[in-house]
Design a protein around this ligand. Structure first.
Ligand code: THU
Length: 132
């Protein structure tokens, strides 16, 4: 699947966002080796810290469908930002544990700007389970 197609699926996921507090909808789409795509959008709550980001929801959605890291090949994240959206620190920590470190992560906005990165680049020197 081309990155543009994955990004367009992330845009569809963005439309499913529940973000009445921030009014900042975000969408994510995670591609697996066999072509299956798992979507996520940000879901907020009146108790603000309970909010879950789009990219974490996409990863958790895939895992709840019995998919694992060795099947993940790409992740796209989209928001209406001036520059391609940048994942928050909590998402970087989750991505670093649950997403392959060198697989492409496409950060995008609605204007067609795309920045390609990966888990290693998003969170170098990450805290890991091995450290426990
Ligand atoms: N958000 C995401 O879903 N992903 C990001 O990469 C950045 C932030 C959400 C969380 C919250 O619902 C809203 O955007 C504003 O922070």
């Amino acid at each position: 699947m081309e990155k543009e197609e994955l990004i367009s699926l992330a845009k569809k996921a963005r439309l499913m966002s529940y973000s009445p507090y921030s009014h900042f909808p975000v969408g994510a789409a995670l591609l697996c080796q066999d072509g299956a795509v798992y979507l996520g959008s940000n879901i907020e709550n009146a108790s603000f810290p309970l909010t879950m980001c789009a990219e974490r929801n996409a990863i958790y959605n895939a895992m709840c469908h019995d998919r694992s890291q060795d099947e993940f090949v790409a992740l796209a994240i989209v928001a209406d930002t001036e520059n391609p959206v940048s994942p928050c620190g909590a998402c970087r920590q989750v991505i670093s544990e649950l997403f392959p470190e060198n697989a492409p992560i496409y950060l995008a906005n609605l204007d067609g700007d795309i920045r390609e990165t990966n888990a290693k680049e998003l969170l170098p020197f990450a805290f890991q389970g091995d450290d426990l």
